[in-house]
Structure formats: C-alpha cells, structure tokens
Design a protein around this ligand. Structure first.
Ligand SMILES: Cc1cc2nc3c(=O)[nH]c(=O)nc-3n(C[C@H](O)[C@H](O)[C@H](O)COP(=O)(O)OP(=O)(O)OC[C@H]3O[C@@H](n4cnc5c(N)ncnc54)[C@H](O)[C@@H]3O)c2cc1C
Ligand code: FES
Length: 262
C-alpha cells in the first residue's frame, strides 16, 4: 500500500498548477475516480507529514499515475522542485470513490480549483459522456478544459469576474445542464471548495437529483487513525442529528443525502 514511485514528468500547466506523473503500477491498476494518494515528499523539512492529492488519471497498461496540483505552501513547493528520476513514497489508493457511472447515467460534473483534475478519471471512464460545469475566480484559473473536451464532455464555465463563460457561481449552471435530461438518470459529481460543495449538495437535494460530493479536508494520517479530517454527516441516532465522519476513510466522497448542512 506504500510504494516507492519514480517521477517520470513534473510539468507546469498554468497559474501555479503543475502536473506530475509517477511510475506507480500497483496504484494505477487499483485506483478509481475520487480516490486519493498520500505523498511523502523527501525534501520537505517535516517529511513524515504526507500531502494528499486526488488521483487525476491512471494508465494501468503503463503504470502511470497522474496528479495535478497547485503550489500553495511548503509541501507543494518542494514537490514542484522534484525532477524526473526523483522518488516519492506514495500511500494509496486511499479513500472511497465516486460510484462509477453506468451506461444509463448522464454525468454532470461540477468542479472548482483542483476539483477539475480530481474528476477527470470519472469522466474518462464514464460510458455516457456528459457535461462539466467548471467554476473559477477568473479565466486564468481554468484548467484541463481541452482534456475534458477531448474525451467528449461539454464544458460550461462560470467565473466570478465574468472573464470566461457566465459571470457567477458554478451552481448557477446546474439548471441549464439538467434541461432536457431525465432527472432520474442524472448524477452530479462534485469536487471543489467546501462552501461550493455544500451549496451544490443543498441544491441537488431541492431538485431531487442524485449527487456525490468529495469533501476534502486537511489530513494528517490519511488512513483513519487521527481524526484530523472529520466532516459532519447526518445521524438520526445521535441527539444532535449528526456525527463526525473521517473523510480519509469513510470519504472523501459522500452522497449529498448523507451530509449534515446545519
Ligand atoms: C482528499 C484530498 C485531495 C486533494 N487533492 C488535491 C489535488 O488533486 N490537487 C491539489 O492541488 N490539491 C489537492 N488537495 C489539497 C492539498 O492536499 C493541499 O493543497 C496540500 O496538502 C498543501 O500542502 P502544502 O504543504 O503545499 O501547503 P501547506 O503549507 O500545508 O498549506 C498552505 C495553504 O494550503 C491550505 N491547505 C492545506 N491543505 C488543504 C486542503 N486539504 N484543502 C484546502 N486547503 C488546504 C492551508 O490552509 C494553507 O492556506 C487535496 C486535499 C485532499 C484532502
Ligand atoms: S487524516 Fe487521520 S483520520 Fe483522517
């Protein structure tokens, strides 16, 4: 479960995003969309603390594992410095996964930030291609648009400043994506900032659309041992109506009906 993986490529995408490809045959064979890896970056000062990243793509034939990451702090800065031939220890694949869409499912992906990358594997493996709703602050923050178009997804964009697509939030694109579709066959797959996912979850419940949300939290152990990563989920047996759930183990993907919105 903990593998020594060589970096094959570590390249810039745009606006602080990078794409790293590891040789990780065991993980590439086992991974499903929505799972993540916990990466130990040898050159970090506090190198025992790993960093979690969604599995963006895999190629079981070549053993390649792709992660798309944004440089935001010490760990990701160090990861960005690594070169082909360098190695990382990688724990994974971890967490549950999105329910794989079947032939009948019309997939509506809703993404913000690195969530776009996290949803790529779901999109690639979906038998029926659907729509990606992509939200960002500004046009510069949009990533992987062409990659989704290449695999047959229509991409609809919302930016906060109106510099690309519709001005506003990604949730405002949902009605348009549902238009003309049988709501019972639609599933919304969400990954992005927590406030966006909570708004999306509430909206899909109102509209009675099935939705699965990846509630990524700060993580420490990544394997269910420390409770650093908890989220609130509904629990009718508890006096308050909720309980904590370890998102690294029971999640990170939750059905919108499970999430506690209070
Ligand atoms: C399941 C999961 C999947 C993830 N997938 C990806 C991915 O595919 N691509 C990607 O770029 N990032 C992803 N992240 C977030 C990524 O783990 C953090 O950006 C990374 O750990 C930051 O490490 P750092 O040492 O560079 O930053 P730090 O120095 O630790 O922190 C820098 C800043 O980043 C913020 N930050 C740290 N962790 C998180 C987090 N989990 N969520 C939001 N903000 C955070 C901190 O609050 C701080 O403001 C994922 C997180 C989780 C839990
Ligand atoms: S990160 Fe330790 S329990 Fe989830």
């Amino acid at each position: 479960m903990d593998f020594d993986c060589e970096i094959l490529k570590n390249e810039c995408l745009k606006s602080g995003y990078k794409r790293v490809i590891f040789n990780a045959p065991e993980i590439a064979k086992a991974a499903r969309g929505g799972q993540f890896v916990h990466v130990q970056i040898e050159t970090m000062k506090d190198r025992i603390l790993r960093r979690p990243f969604s599995i963006s793509n895999t190629d079981p034939a070549t053993g390649e594992l792709t992660v798309v990451y944004k440089v935001v702090g010490h760990g990701t800065e160090e990861l960005a410095r690594l070169r082909p031939g360098d190695h990382c220890r990688i724990l994974g694949p971890l967490g549950n996964a999105y329910t794989a869409p079947d032939q009948d499912t019309f997939p509506i992906l809703a993404a913000g930030g690195y969530g776009t990358a996290a949803l790529y594997l779901v999109a690639k493996n979906a038998p029926r291609k659907g729509i990606l709703l992509l939200g960002a602050r500004t046009a510069d923050d949009l990533i992987l648009v062409e990659e989704f178009e290449k695999i047959g997804f229509e991409v609809r964009i919302a930016t906060n400043d109106g510099s690309a697509g519709q001005k506003g939030f990604v949730t405002e694109l949902l009605d348009g994506a549902l238009a003309g579709q049988d709501p019972e066959k639609c599933t919304v797959y969400g990954c992005g900032p927590t406030p966006m996912l909570l708004a999306l979850g509430k909206l899909t419940l109102e509209k009675k659309i099935n939705a699965e949300l990846s509630l990524d939290q700060h993580m420490c152990c990544g394997v269910g041992a420390c409770f650093a990563c908890v989220v609130k989920v509904k629990d009718e047996t508890s006096p308050d109506g909720w309980r904590y759930s370890r998102s690294c183990k029971e999640g990170p993907v939750y059905n919108a009906t499970e999430v506690y919105y209070g």
